[in-house]
Design a protein around this ligand. Structure first.
Ligand code: MCN
Ligand code: CUN
Length: 798
């Protein structure tokens, strides 16, 4: 069973013609996307609209002495110039971040990273706004920057955040999880301990569409409408309400089509606030769209985790303990996006997929003179870092023990009968059959033959160097239970509303927001599956706070686990209401009715049944309903997930490395994902393909580099490389299905799985290829230059 159902039918045969439920339904949204008919923020043009542009700091760290805007204001096309001083007057110069810190909207005292926002010009055209930026005269007094996180806590390090009174260092937080004492004891008794420094470099989600906004303050109605690139429209609205002091019902956040988010569009950026202020000041709509360099230099980056991991094990390869220390570079403002209680996100799932007695991690966050962010790029709240670290460490242990990495993993993986499993750091994994998934991946790859080929090549000294890398990951997605998780005090439950019109057509309203994941199709499939009506008869409304119920948005692969569950629940409410109506129609007691997809019928006599469409008409008609039963078939719900869902997967990469040039070619990549029940296997495979490409990008090509003055060295796609079909092999996918026991559909999230799981497989493969040089670890990105450097001066031994 590999999920191939080319006819679009659900494997259990429920789907009829015209797609009534789960299965490989083509994406509804693609019809407009492939015709160039998408409607993105930059496509929006409002009457009288003005254009904004941002003046940014050329320095990574400097005192702001003066900002002279006289010449810019005199530009004939300029309508407003806004500075930190203007905003101070409005009490808007600083805004709250998602981590309970503050961030400068426009600099007032200092600039703290290259590209930081200093002034905002509003003009009649985009070009005029850009031209006028050049007329602003800023006097900076350069300060020494902190670029290397490892030096941020030195005694002589310049203090970046002296805006906070009494602050004397660049320390943000210390956070730990697990049992330190127990872990130290296990390490003390261990037969084998291996330790490894591992860097997960600073990278960027780089969605194809950059961030932007059209802000429109209507002075007559007092209503602010913002069209913007956001993964979380409702959360943005509440934050704007709190920041600007406007009531929520006077703010409408609309998120039209979004050209990729990948966590880049979770937070609120200074440009958004400036555009809103610009509209308030001028009384006209203001559009601000950032360019590629602005996106790469200033918006939410990802990772930048300096990790040291240790594994304690027995001589025969039983892993007993894990100990981790992390230095987290958060940039100049602590703006990471994650549930409040978890300053290091979900990094404490670093025990991965293994049965480990004791584990402990300590994470220290520091400020540096770089852009803020850290949680983005399909990371599942730092599970990327955690999964990469443990999967690297397991390979280091395998090298130390002379063990096969597949066998070592098999030996330590959680077994099916151990679920639900409580980890040493406090997670409760819901379900899994890990050995089966790893075996499936090894079988597809032909692992034994690959190892034989590798041995033969090594023996014959036949180039290029061949490497085989494995990774096994477990994710925790679907944030989250209200009692454990909130963002800025907002609980993480999602609403859903379902209306069924008289003719049986349905409208679903949800709070999550697609950025390319196909929600308009897959959420319609959930309703179709529950009500037995065609997918085409269900319209999904999202991305507009005036039209959808409250919910926290799309990130951390939470849409299916939370809003997907809400959708199933609300559709079941409608189905139950339909049962009562059907009872009245059939003159039978509702308890005596039986559901077969699409119809309620008297038990044992399906021919008597009434269809959902007939029931809908009757529910809106003159049929007499039982005492106390309202007409119509509409329902609402709020879903508070009882736990996260824990998708997992086994990946095998095969690479060829040219030791002369350092070039790595990914020859094959096998990915077996288990995300529980798949609503649309084709969409899931698309998500996995994208994430695997991310893995190639991070493992081999991507890093946001800085020079020692804090100059950004990767502000265009010439330097910051995105993987293309040329660098990617033809992905080989498999699947296993272990339903989530607590999700109404048995589904788990999958949108970030492949990004989380794939980098380790590729790096493990490259290190495996370099084994003859005695290489045990090499940090990403494994660019030709970096690989070449790693092997220089090392003797080659087969
Ligand atoms: N799905 C399914 N069956 C499952 C699980 C998911 O059919 N068992 C489908 C869903 O119905 C949905 C898609 O797969 O259409 C992804 O679902 P889910 O795993 O719930 O993830 P989200 O929808 O919450 O998407 C968020 C996730 C994140 S956090 C990042 S980052 C990322 C990712 O999605 N950004 C993306 N994938 C992306 N894909 C595109 N094209 N663009 C982005 O910006
Ligand atoms: Cu960490 S990126 Mo996705 O959660 O939006």
């Amino acid at each position: 069973e590999n999920g191939q159902h080319p006819d679009g039918q659900h494997p259990d045969g429920q789907a009829g013609n015209g797609h009534h439920g789960f299965g490989r339904v083509p994406r509804k949204e693609d019809a407009r996307f492939i015709r160039g008919r998408g409607n993105y923020v930059d496509d929006i043009k409002l009457p009288g609209m003005l254009y904004g542009a941002i003046l940014r700091s050329p320095h990574a760290h400097a005192r702001l002495v003066s900002v002279d805007t006289t010449a810019a204001e005199a530009h004939p096309q300029v309508r407003a110039v806004i500075t930190g001083e203007t905003l101070t007057g409005l009490n808007l110069a600083w805004m709250p971040t998602l981590s309970n810190d503050v961030q400068a909207v426009l600099a007032t005292d200092k600039v703290r990273y290259q590209g930081q926002e200093v002034a905002f010009v509003v003009a009649e055209t985009h070009y005029a706004a850009r031209d006028a930026l050049e007329l602003i005269d800023v006097d900076y007094e350069a300060l020494p920057p902190v670029v290397d996180a490892r030096k941020a806590l030195d005694d002589d390090a310049p203090v970046i955040r002296d805006d906070v009174e009494g602050r004397t260092d660049n320390h943000i937080f210390d956070w730990e999880a697990g049992d330190a004492e127990h872990t130290d004891r296990v390490f003390g008794e261990a037969e084998v301990v291996v330790a490894q420094d591992v860097l997960y470099p600073r990278v960027h989600p780089a969605p194809l569409e950059t961030c932007g906004i059209v802000a429109d303050m209507d002075k007559v109605t007092g209503k602010l409408t913002v069209h913007t690139t956001t993964q979380a429209p409702h959360a943005h609205r509440t934050v704007y309400a709190l920041v600007a002091g406007l009531p929520e019902h006077k703010i409408r956040v609309v998120s039209p089509d979004i050209g990729g988010g990948f966590g880049n569009k979770v937070g609120i950026y200074p440009g958004y606030v400036c555009a809103i202020v610009g509209s308030i000041v001028t009384g006209r709509p203001v559009k601000w769209i950032e360019d590629r360099s602005e996106n790469l230099m200033t918006t939410s980056f990802a990772r930048d985790y300096h990790m040291r991991g240790e594994i304690a094990a027995t001589r025969d390869g039983r892993i007993r303990g894990l100990r981790v220390k992390v230095l987290a570079d958060h940039g100049a403002f602590n703006g990471t996006a994650q549930p409040t209680k978890f300053p290091a996100g979900f990094f404490h799932v670093f025990t991965g997929s293994y049965d480990i007695e004791a584990a402990h991690c300590a994470v220290t966050g520091v400020y540096t003179n770089k852009a803020p962010g850290g949680v983005a790029y399909a990371c599942s709240f730092r599970i990327t870092e955690a999964a990469y670290l443990v999967e690297r460490l397991v390979d280091v242990l395998a090298a130390e023990l002379g063990a096969d990495p597949a066998e070592l993993r098999m030996r330590n993986l959680l077994r099916a009968e151990q679920f639900p499993y409580s980890t040493a750091t406090g997670w409760e994994y819901d379900s899994g059959d890990y050995p089966r998934t790893l075996r499936t991946a090894l079988d597809i790859a032909g692992y034994d033959e690959l190892r034989a080929e590798q041995a033969g090549r090594r023996e014959r000294g036949e180039g290029p160097l061949m490497g085989i890398g494995i990774s096994f990951f477990t994710e925790a997605v679907g944030a989250g239970p209200r009692k454990h998780m909130d963002i800025l005090g907002l609980g993480m439950a999602d609403g859903a509303e379902l209306r069924v019109h008289p003719t049986g057509k349905a409208v679903l309203r949800i709070s999550v927001q697609t950025q390319g994941q196909g929600h308009e199709t897959t959420f319609a499939q959930i309703v179709a599956h529950e009500l037995g009506i065609p997918v085409d008869d269900v319209e999904v409304v999202h991305g507009d706070t005036d039209q959808t119920p409250f919910g926290l948005g799309t990130y951390g692969s939470r849409s299916t686990p939370v809003s997907g569950a809400a959708t199933a629940v609300v559709a079941r409410k409608v189905r139950e209401r339909a049962r009562i109506v059907a009872g009245a129609m059939l003159e039978a007691s509702p308890e005596d009715l039986e559901w077969t997809p699409g119809r309620w019928a008297v038990r044992g006599d399906p021919s008597t049944g009434v269809t959902m469409q007939e029931i809908a008409m009757a529910a809106h008609g003159s049929l007499e309903l039982p005492e106390g039963v309202e007409g119509h078939l509409d329902a609402t719900t709020v879903y508070n997930p009882p736990n996260l869902t824990y998708p997992f997967g086994a990946y095998v990469a095969v690479v060829d490395v040219d030791p002369g040039t350092g070039k790595v070619t990914v020859r094959r990549f096998v990915a077996v994902d288990d995300c529980g029940v798949r609503i649309n296997p084709m969409v899931v495979e698309g998500q996995v393909h994208g994430g695997l490409a991310d893995g190639v990008g991070m493992a081999l090509m991507q890093v946001m580099a800085f020079d020692e003055d804090g100059n950004h060295l990767g502000a265009s796609f010439m330097d910051y490389l995105l993987p293309t079909a040329v660098e990617c092999p033809s992905w080989e996918l498999g699947e296993t299905v272990t339903p989530s026991p607590h999700h109404p559909l048995g589904a788990k999230g999958v949108g970030e799985s492949a990004t989380v799981g794939s980098p380790a497989a590729i790096v493990n493969a490259v290190v495996d290829a370099l084994r003859p040089y005695g290489v045990r670890h090499a940090d990403m990105p494994l660019t030709p230059a970096n690989v070449w450097r790693v092997v220089q001066g090392r003797p080659f031994r087969t």
